[in-house]
Ligand binder design. Structure first.
Ligand code: EPU
Length: 418
């Protein structure tokens, strides 16, 4: 299994191009399954998760070709509305085929995702929403089977603005008979782009970017092309690395998607400047301790919580970091403490007492964003850091070592069995 090695404390400088957003492209790929014909997606990041979703596209019968960031999906041949356990267990986003395939075929069979490293992560909102649209849902040997000849528009109100449930229900409702209202909908930029894509396919979704989506069902969708939005979480990860290790510029980004993060970085003492499509960050002389609470968009994203904890571990003073979206998402904390950080967790809050330096250590990735926090910490730490189980990072970061190397980091990959 690959390891990433880092010789820390090399100053970063220069600029790097940010990739397309993982969490935007995955649901857009499943949306493309809803219309016969060929759709082209550009700025598609070459990630383990994108590759897993392509495998799933092929299992359901689509034809895909992926080269140089351009993904073509021909959904004319789709004939097998089923997502097997082997794929769903490695990538929960596979669950995004539920709404689109049910809408197109009247039946779909998708493995129930189960728990994940940081908690139960249920899918009850997806299922209750589909039931409201008239689907019959049964559970058979670990698989959800959803059936409905044609879905019917309904009023749906989520207890929590779930990203995945909003996406799944919007895709299911777009060809339902009549109007669907989704109250308390997610408004993450990735969901905004999914809804815009559905409209480009002929859908009729109003209220995009608000907490109330109005979806007037249409009879049919047609294929459409789209250029994927920049990955705000990759951007935020590099910003936090810059805050610790040197002045860098991130190109091809949308700074508006990172308002909450930029505000916190400024509070911590970093110099941040933006243009319409780039962000430059220069580290603070002394990083100030800043409390942070994650929230749904436009709040501070849970997907940058681990990286923020890494930053705060080198701040002057103590900070409290609370995750309100995922209460158990702290598997990075024991690993960061191996660098000499001083972090304790109580319920959904990490209490971080800043230390003067981190010292490189062998550490283990536990999920995509925890891994990113270990890399950010390793870049700032004295000596050598060895991050194992890096397949987690490959799920969500395109060419991470190459990108950091181009900024001056000493980071490389080794395969001990090669
Ligand atoms: N929830 C329920 N029931 C549901 C769905 C969600 O109780 O049916 C709860 C969850 O347990 C959680 C909260 O609602 O406490 C938010 O979950 P959400 O459904 O919004 O998350 P998701 O759609 O499963 C996406 C991203 C995650 C990101 C979250 C929150 C994708 C593929 N995944 O997950 O990204 O953390 O939204 O923003 O878009 C990552 O990229 O590393 C990642 C985990």
């Amino acid at each position: 299994m690959d390891k990433i090695l880092i010789e820390g404390q090399k100053p970063l400088s220069g600029s790097v191009m940010i990739s397309g957003a993982k969490n935007a492209v995955l649901p857009i790929m499943t949306a493309a399954l809803m219309a016969e014909g060929k759709s082209a997606l550009t700025r598609v990041p070459d990630l383990r998760d994108t590759r897993t979703m392509i495998r799933l596209m092929k299992i359901v019968g689509a034809t895909c070709s992926f080269k140089d960031g351009r993904l073509e999906i021909n959904a004319s041949t789709v004939n097998n509305p089923e997502a097997p356990y082997d794929l769903v267990k490695t990538m929960r986003a596979s669950f995004y085929v539920l709404g689109p395939l049910l809408a197109r075929f009247g039946v779909v069979k998708v493995s129930l995702p189960g728990g994940c490293a940081w908690g139960p992560r249920p899918v009850d909102f997806h299922l209750k929403g589909l039931e409201k649209l008239g689907a019959k849902i049964t559970l058979e040997s670990g698989y959800i089977i959803a059936e409905a000849k044609r879905l019917k528009g309904a009023d749906i109100s989520f207890e929590f603005p779930s990203v995945g449930a909003t996406g799944n229900i919007a895709m299911a409702a777009v060809t339902a008979e009549g109007t669907t209202i989704i109250e308390n909908a997610a408004r993450e930029p990735e969901i905004v782009q999914l809804c815009e894509y559905l409209n480009a396919m002929g859908g009729c979704i109003g209220g995009i970017g608000t907490t109330r989506l109005t979806i007037d069902g249409v009879d049919e969708l047609h294929p459409a092309d789209i250029d994927v939005i920049p990955d705000r979480i990759e951007t935020g990860t590099f910003l936090i690395a810059g805050a610790l290790s040197g002045e860098i510029t991130l190109n091809g980004v949308n700074p508006q998607h990172l308002d909450a993060v930029l505000l916190k970085l400024k509070e911590a003492g970093c110099n941040v400047s933006t243009t319409s499509n780039s962000i430059t960050i220069a580290p603070a002389e002394t990083i100030q301790a800043v409390d942070m609470t994650t929230a749904v968009y436009p709040g501070f994203p849970t997907d940058l919580q681990a990286q923020w904890v890494a930053l705060m571990s080198l701040a002057k003073g103590s900070s409290m970091i609370t995750d309100t979206v995922y209460h158990d998402r702290f598997s990075h904390v024991p690993e960061l403490n191996r660098f000499g950080a001083n972090i304790k967790v109580d319920n959904n809050t990490a209490f971080v007492r800043g230390v003067d330096e981190l010292v490189g250590a062998p550490v283990m990735s536990t999920d995509i964003r925890a891994s990113a926090s270990l890399i950010v910490a390793g870049l700032a730490a004295k000596g050598i850091t060895e991050v194992s189980r890096v397949y987690h990072i490959d799920r969500g970061y395109e060419q991470i070592e190459e990108k950091f190397r181009s900024l001056g980091a000493n980071i490389w990959r080794e395969n001990p069995n090669a």
